[in-house]
Design a protein around this ligand. Sequence first.
Ligand code: URA
Length: 439
Amino acid sequence: MIHPEDVIAAKRDRRALSTEAITAFVAGVGDGRVVDAQIAAFAMAVVLNGMNARETADLTRAMADSGRRLRWDDLAGPVVDKHSTGGVGDKVSLILAALLAACGAFVPMVSGRGLGHTGGTLDKLEAIPGLSVEADGAVMRRILAEAGCAIVGAGPDLAPADRRIYAVRDVTATFGSEALIVASILSKKLAAGVGHLVMDVKVGSGALLPDEDAAQDLAQALVTTAAEAGLACQAVLTDMDQVLGRTAGNALETAEAIAALRDPAQTEPRLLAVTLALAGAALALAGLVDDAAAGERQAMSALHDGRAAERFARMVRAQGGPAGLVDRPERHLAAAPTIVPVPAPEGGVVAAIDVRALGEAVIDLGGGRRRPGDAIDPSVGLAAVAEIGQRISQGEPLAFVHASGDAEARRIVPHVRRAFRLGGEAVTGAGPVRRVVTG
Ligand code: URA
């Protein structure tokens, strides 16, 4: 008999866990024998002491097998997905799912909620009134038939161990572990029956693992662990030293994603570049085009001719959202009652941004959770966020705070202001797409 406390003690004492120990612990998480306090202690021990490649693969497999696995053998196209390691302002999934479907892929995207200071795709989608992210295999099949893409949460029978571990990690500062991130992401993808996966691995101050070397190792671990489990995977390292796009916060990001689908020419260039790079990689990985460059071209034309927007509208309808959302998003998405600027204390060029602090500011406004199950205010967040290299005069806004009231807004403004460092020189950032990691 393997007891959870023995598994925790072994990891606390820096020992490698046997396959049996990991399997038993995760089975206990899945069936409720392991309590939340034990999950938290286990997660903290893994954050502090790490896991080797074999342990990470075992954890991934055990979590994927904690529920059922979906199969899509009857679909007339490749089953493709993209997942991000988490960022601030990262609304790419909302655009990309529809874009890949418009290019001939089927996308059963099982997404997550906010984790730590990062936002969650499900929370963004739930800013759409009436839209449901709850779906079992049969409901997902229906949505895929209608739209070619579905963005849903892992239901109670899909990698249920991840559901519990994720919720505990979110509120115990235990999200920043390579092994836990790999197992969390890949277990959901394996359970969802995905055949081809493109990973967006974030690097920079807003990433779960900010350091470039750690992000590179994470990308490699994702690609290798996925390949071992029979999942074709490529990773793209992308910049998270600034908010992706101009907004952070659930309804604001959903509106920005819809605007990108409607009018790609007006899309913030870094957001467009990351979306197209991931689309190109995914379409090539799935064999729908010869190479990533051809994939980017195909994705660009699906954005420009409105096919991607049309897929998004179909998906929203199939998931219970309103019919006119894409044409008139402002009619349906919640707007915050108070909007105030964050004036720059001095003039200069934006030299650096503490993106994690901006993510924390969104949570403090009510746009994320401090405890599992906390309600989210979809309307709050940050808009028109300044970018690195932007020249700002004294008093000009660094961002606008969207808040539930004046007091809330006033409380958050100084935190947002402190997140920006202004300098004298124009800075050229590393670019939105840093490199691709293949198997
Ligand atoms: N996304 C997930 O699903 N899990 C993580 O741990 C990080 C990002």
